[in-house]
Design a binder for this molecule. Sequence first.
Ligand code: PLP
Length: 430
Amino acid sequence: MNLAQRDSQIIWHPYTQMQTAGLPLPIVKANGALLTDAAGKTYIDAVSSWWVTLHGHCHPYIRERIKQQLAQLDHVIFAGFTHEPAVTLAENLLRLLPPNQQRIFYSDNGSTAVEVALKMAFQYWDNLKIPKNKIIAFRESYHGDTFGAMSVSSRSAFTRPFNQYLFEVLFIDVPVAGKEAVCLEQLQEHLQRPDVAAFIFEPLVLGTAGMVMYAPEILDELLQLCRQHQIFTIADEVMTGFGRTGKNFATDYLQHAPDIFCLSKGLTGGTMALGVTTCTAEIYNGFLSQESAKTFFHGHSYTANPIACTAGIASYELLVAPESQEKISQIAAQHQAFQNQLQTHPAVKEVRQTGTILAVEFSTGPTSYFSNVRDLLYNFALERGVLLRPLGNIIYILPPYCITPAQLQAVYAVIEEMADLITRITNNES
Ligand SMILES: Cc1ncc(COP(=O)(O)O)c(C=O)c1O
């Protein structure tokens, strides 16, 4: 039996209908923007392997730092103990975040970073004995797969079997161009309630919704309103963080700093699972007490794992180096030129771009994760040596920053071929 067959006997893959899915593709190595399969074929990882790979696969600097750390300290319980990598990474992150961010709480991934943020917000008000237990969120948002994160996410086919177990959330429309006033109005209405604890949002780009983009100006207005009503604002920068939108954080485009940040994915450069939730001194101080009941009772076995934190430090050092910042600007400029070229194509409904994120929405049927066009486009790209993971009829590029202009051009060429294919299919059907 080959690897894919052995896998198919015993493994259950994420987001995969195991009955109808083909055999998984065994990948044997990765380097830079390339993945190599067992037959030696290479694929450009245009989606950074679920948006995590920041500087490229198997980056020699991150690899070396991890190796050194592994020889020094692999892991230690993080209650009652500490270590250099956890403290240094926290110092680095606070240097990058707005000055109102004062405390770092470690967890394991994006979903747990969101769980921690929600629990911080709920318990802060509970510690103060103020009954605030409602969360406001964007209707099409995605914040993760654990129950709290699902609760504040869009009610969709993903959550349907669990909807009855999710807590009630006050949803508002995403303020895409033309919808700003409606969104503002809905927020203002919810803010009349006395029981709102926090507003959680994906800043500027809603990833899983289909790389839906909206302007910083309206987000600033929403944050200002929340501040006026003493409602915490939670920026879920799990996807947008670490340069994806052209600045270190999407919220760097704003005037108002959020109260809480959720970070993961690119945090370790895509090498180790790690989540971070950061908060203001005000929130942290709300848990300080002689009463043990006001403690933040949350933690994971691998909290602040030293190897993961070391990967985070190495990735941070690479990110702030001028070369990475230049690469980010260069990818954004190349995207912009491609956007100008592609947006008049008859098969293209819209091309959207924020920094290094480019999304192309094709004019085909409804935008659904289950539409056939998704599988067609996925396989089409894979056959041509490009890993793209369409969200229905939306294709997006979110590349590692090491991607070369030629590799990016090769990805664009595949997207253009896709557009031509869609035009041919549409013409044949009509
Ligand atoms: C904005 C956002 N928040 C949270 C998550 C959940 O992160 P994880 O998959 O690491 O649990 C994701 C994952 O895609 C995300 O895009």
